[in-house]
Design a protein around this ligand. Structure first.
Ligand code: 6R9
Length: 665
């Protein structure tokens, strides 16, 4: 983005609001006064939140920001993160409470109580120690959603080792880059994983990745697919160990050691739209405080009563903060599902919600739009009446999808919380409070109590209501990243140099205030388009497209244009019946449909936002968390060689798009 930027030219027209029912508001964990309490004394507020945890040594200072941007929270405090997520619940008499209802893709299930979780984590911790892993070592974990993934993460936390979880779908190259960057000593993986009903190898990819990787001493392999996998699991004697052989015989006794509040907890690499992935570093006390606090107030979680389900993968920050750390610190009972949402049928999620009486469900807009595409008749077959809070994360949720989510899944009454945050922020930052906020579809609305966010212009000055610009976080927060692994310079440069004068954290997202001062997220700033001098957000054009009944999903990019600077190019996936009728109607039907969509956008936003070109595609390139990689679509729109695809959830999608366009489909 260049020079003085005028307000984004946008017209997000959604204006409906949905206040909580009196009944919900009355029983909610967070009441309206929480904002004022936090504002009155932020440090005291956070000290109060840290009391949710059990500390071996109490802190002497809440925040030390003298060495900004390197924060220290709860200075001098000591705690064990795994003890807080597991043991203390057993000690307080909840050992028999189910922590995890695990559901395997093929239909096998496993219920794990807190007492069992304590045993499993202790055994895994003893196993890692037996291999010589000590506090400060790095353990890479490439596992699908099996219970051992959670045991392994907590075992690392228990002994003070850092985990670096690598998404199960990542290529050998992507795994190797992460192993090398952090000098991982141990890799934990599985023989294979079930994807869409089939067993696919995992260990073979890990072996390919680790050829010549000098730092890796042992590879621990969870047996998951076993004989379902064709061929033997490749094995390196002396290096490779089966999880069950190593862990099962270990003692269930393990004394958790207390570590400093600032002891590193994990590294997680952000997929990064450009450049080499960054290893985002998180530490212990502040991270656990904010993940536990937000899980309590945003989802209104009641331990022992609610059944919670966050559908994220543990390879994404959402899996770290809202499957493992926040929820377990809060003594959650949660569902963990191994597989894809349409295996063996498109009602799998609703079937699971019905079976376990899930009351809190947290997922991503990409999946919500997919469910919409599959049709309302699918969820209608199941009893979803246990649901009482719905959450969304990962992208701006289009008002269309928000309304569908609330009406079709939430029986037109559950609060929907649209939660904005990042790998770097560690925990939710901007979100409605379900018992307080009159929700606005499409807006994440307001920073949580204790958090401060602003929308500023190029000079760092806050924009007025109705104005747009950049989202910044103007005050430090407990779960903030503590750095980029091994690269302090990149940490300062990426996040703190843009508004260094003010000392603001630059989130990299465009945002605007509406007339009430509520925040609307508009996508990554690199994705804002400039058409004849008008700044138009990709998010808004996408929302306009998705609001048309024929469109299931849309991705929009700005492509260089000789007359307008940038021209808007849209990629759309049509809904089943629309796609069929266009196919039946031939070329002219396709042209007419595209013309109608262009006019629809012009009507919704304004003629300036009318896409120059609309391409109908079957798939969109997405990361593991469902974010569209617009950079790759820009390559297509500008007829360039397609760039790095290693962080795509499915790297074959780009071939599909390019070949589909060439053949005119
Ligand atoms: C948690 C997570 C971070 C980026 C972030 C923004 C986008 C996430 C959002 C949202 C609008 C929301 N994002 N939640 N945009 N509304 N509710 O997704 O972390 O994978 O690091 O991505 O995701 O662009 O900057 P991460």
């Amino acid at each position: 983005m260049t020079e003085q930027s005028p307000a984004l030219d946008n017209l997000l027209t959604e204006s409906r609001t949905f206040p909580p029912s009196d009944e919900f508001a009355g029983q909610a964990n967070a009441k309206a006064d929480l904002y004022a309490t936090a504002d009155a004394d932020r440090e005291q507020f956070w000290a109060g939140q840290a009391e949710r945890l059990s500390w071996d040594t109490k802190w002497s200072q809440v925040l030390d920001w003298t060495n900004a941007p390197f924060a220290k929270w709860f200075v001098g405090g000591k705690l064990n993160v795994a003890y807080n997520c597991v043991d203390r619940h057993v000690e307080s008499g909840h050992g028999d409470q189910v922590a995890i209802h695990w559901v395997g893709e093929p239909g096998d299930t496993r219920d794990i109580t807190y007492a069992q979780l304590k045993d499993e984590v202790s055994k895994a911790a003893n196993a890692l120690s037996s291999l010589g892993v000590v506090a400060g070592d790095v353990v890479a974990i490439q596992l699908q959603m099996v219970p051992e993934a959670i045991f392994a993460m907590l075992a690392c936390a228990r002994i003070g080792a850092l985990h670096s979880v690598v998404f199960g779908g990542f290529s050998p190259t992507a795994l190797r880059a992460r192993v090398d960057d952090a000098s991982a000593k141990i890799v934990i993986t599985s023989d294979g994983q079930y994807r869409r009903g089939k067993a696919a190898p995992m260990k073979a990819n890990v072996d390919e990745a680790l050829q010549g990787a000098e730092t890796v001493q042992k590879v621990i392999v969870v047996r998951r697919t076993g004989s379902d996998l064709e061929g033997e699991t490749p094995w390196t004697e002396g290096r490779d160990l089966w999880w069950h052989e190593l862990v099962d015989g270990q003692s269930t006794e393990h004394k958790p050691e207390a570590f400093d509040s600032e002891h590193p907890l994990f590294i997680l690499y952000t997929s990064g739209t450009t450049g080499k992935p960054k290893g985002i570093l998180h530490t212990s006390g502040g991270y656990l405080t904010q993940t536990a606090y937000t899980h309590n107030v945003v989802f209104d979680h009641k331990p022992g009563e609610d059944v919670y389900w966050c559908t994220a993968d543990i390879g994404w920050i959402t899996g770290h903060s809202y499957i493992v750390y926040g929820p377990l610190a809060n003594r959650v009972t949660q569902v963990v599902y191994e597989g894809t949402p349409n295996t063996p049928h498109e009602g799998r999620h609703w079937e699971i919600i019905q079976k376990y009486k899930v009351s809190i469900y947290y997922t991503a807009p990409t999946l919500i739009r997919t469910f919409m595409k599959w049709g309302d008749d699918i969820p209608a077959k199941y009893d979803l009446s246990s649901l009482r809070v719905l959450g969304s994360v990962g992208e701006p949720i289009n008002p269309e999808a928000w309304i569908w989510y609330r009406d079709t899944i939430g029986a037109s009454k559950t609060p929907v919380v649209d939660t904005w945050w990042q790998t770097e922020t560690g925990a939710i930052m901007i979100s409605p409070l379900p018992g307080v906020t009159a929700a606005k579809p499409g807006s994440a609305q307001r920073a949580l109590p204790g958090i401060s966010a602003k929308v500023v212009d190029d000079t760092g000055t806050e924009v007025p209501h109705g104005g747009g610009g950049y989202l910044v976080l103007d005050k430090p927060w407990p779960s903030m990243l503590r750095g980029v692994w091994g690269d302090d310079e990149r940490f300062r440069e990426t996040y703190w140099s843009r508004f260094s004068e003010q000392g603001y954290y630059f989130a990299g997202d465009g945002a605007k205030y509406d007339e009430d001062g509520d925040i609307w997220l508009l996508g990554r700033v690199d994705d804002v388009m400039n058409v004849s001098g008008h700044r138009i957000s990709t998010t808004e054009v996408e929302s306009a497209l998705v609001s048309h009944p024929t469109v299931a999903e849309a991705a929009v990019v700005g492509a260089t244009d000789p007359t307008t600077g940038q021209g808007i190019v849209a990629f759309v996936i049509l809904r089943g019946n629309a796609a069929e009728s266009i196919k039946a109607g031939g070329g002219s039907a396709g042209e007419a449909a595209v013309q109608e969509l262009r006019n629809h956008v012009a009507k919704e936003i304004g003629p300036i936002a009318k896409p120059r070109q609309i391409m109908v595609v079957a798939e969109l390139p997405k990361t593991r968390s469902g974010k569209i990689m617009r950079r790759l679509l820009r390559d297509v729109a500008e007829n360039r060689q397609i760039g790095d695809v290693t962080t795509l959830a499915d790297s074959s999608v780009m071939d599909l798009i390019s070949s589909g366009l060439k053949s005119g489909k």
